[in-house]
Design a protein around this ligand. Structure first.
Ligand code: GLY
Ligand code: MN
Ligand code: MN
Length: 386
């Protein structure tokens, strides 16, 4: 074919490549598990509006969706006219159109009220806005009670189709990072590297980055959640790159820290301590372990290295439809890990004016231990160009 051909080319789909061969996402059985939780909470019905919870329960991805579930079993998805075609189609694709009715309405609370008649105790997700809570109270004439992390705790255990998407996202981030490592040289700017990573993520078939990609070099690496700047990399810099991809709504999360050229003694000590801490945390991940124990394992290594005060954030978090979800991996976290949990282990140390180091892997808990999903090598020394 020559360059002047005008034959119609297929329009590439943002995620088609990444989704090829993955099992379909099905929500079947989730409402039944939710109903058990509603019984435990002692509510007659409950309202869910957090987008990731609505998506997990029904497959619906529109920007306006509210799911109302009665303890007796019926469920209703309320949305607006923009989604009158999309909502039933997505529910059917997710396998729940027989269990969840769709109502298209301009005023969600008022449309749900007749359907909720007789529900004396109505549970609302505890992120509900003050004004909304009052409206539910007035329109449904029920006692409203806060429900905390009910769907979120169910979402913490991933099924095979969810895991396949997170794994695909992690693999795409591995590939994107590998493609950008050769660009880590003096003179490159943080923001240029960020753009290159984001472009590589999309080219590899992901819908986009899982969160704002971090590239933080030199003193900027002392900021755990830095925003990339136009700073140019310099020899000897520590460079933190925190990169994830998103496939069909599911996310990945990974951090590597690089050094340009020979590390100073101080930089080498930071890298050594954090890499050992991360390995100790990952080695502690298995079913039956409390998440707080992972934090303890990571912190012990950093404390021994005399850097405890510089480890200023939690050790990790669950990842799925949201980038930060359950289980929390922090001091005192009592969540017991179970097969299907997907979580990060990401110790870091930060020294204002000097820089920092963070190493983050995404792991899935298996029946006997765990398996890393982020596989990019931890080796962080980048030789300077000759
Ligand atoms: N990339 C966000 C985080 O690691 O929490
Ligand atoms: Mn993370
Ligand atoms: Mn991260």
């Amino acid at each position: 074919m020559n360059g002047r051909s005008h034959a119609a080319a297929p329009i590439p789909s943002a995620t088609a490549g990444a989704l090829e061969g993955l099992p379909p996402l099905r929500v079947v059985g989730r409402l039944a598990r939710l109903r058990e939780r509603l019984e435990e909470a002692g509510v007659d019905a409950a309202v869910f509006f957090e987008p990731a919870n609505v998506r997990w329960l029904t497959g619906f991805t529109g920007s306006n969706g509210t799911v109302v579930v009665r303890r007796s079993g019926e469920a209703l998805l309320l949305t607006d006219a923009r989604y009158s075609e999309q909502a039933p189609a997505q529910l059917a694709a997710a396998g729940c159109s027989g269990d969840v009715d769709v109502a298209v309405a301009r005023r969600t609370v008022e449309a749900a009220a007749p359907w909720l008649q007789g529900a004396a105790r109505l549970g609302l997700e505890d992120g509900v806005a003050w004004g909304q809570q009052i409206r539910w109270n007035e329109a449904v004439a029920a006692e409203t009670v806060p429900l905390s992390e009910i769907v979120e705790s169910l979402r913490a255990v991933k099924d095979g189709a969810e895991l396949a998407r997170i794994e695909a996202a992690a693999s795409i981030a591995d590939t994107a990072l590998a493609s950008v490592v050769p660009m880590l040289r003096p003179g490159a700017t943080e923001s240029h590297l960020q753009q290159a990573l984001d472009g590589a993520i999309r080219s590899a078939g992901a819908a986009g980055p899982a969160y704002d990609t971090i590239v933080a070099s030199g003193p900027n690496a002392a900021l755990p959640h830095a925003t990339p700047t136009d700073r140019r990399l310099e020899p000897g810099d520590l460079v933190i790159i925190d990169v994830g991809a998103q496939v069909d709504g599911y996310r990945s999360d990974m951090t590597r820290t690089f050094v340009l050229g020979d590390p100073s003694e101080r930089a080498a000590a930071l890298l050594e301590a954090v890499e050992r801490s991360q390995a100790a945390g990952a080695a502690a991940v298995e079913p039956g372990v409390e998440a707080g124990e992972i934090d303890k394992a990571c912190r012990a290594v950093i404390d021994d290295a005399g850097m405890g005060d510089a480890f200023v954030h939690g050790t990790g978090h669950g990842v799925g439809l949201d980038i930060h979800e359950l289980p929390r991996v922090a001091s005192g976290s009592a969540a017991t890990l179970e097969p299907g949990n997907v979580l990060t282990v990401e110790p870091g140390v930060y020294f204002p004016g000097f820089g920092g180091v963070r190493v983050e892997d995404l792991l899935v808990v298996t029946d006997s231990g765990c398996r890393p999903l982020t596989l990019h090598p931890k080796t962080s020394l980048v030789p300077l160009p000759a």
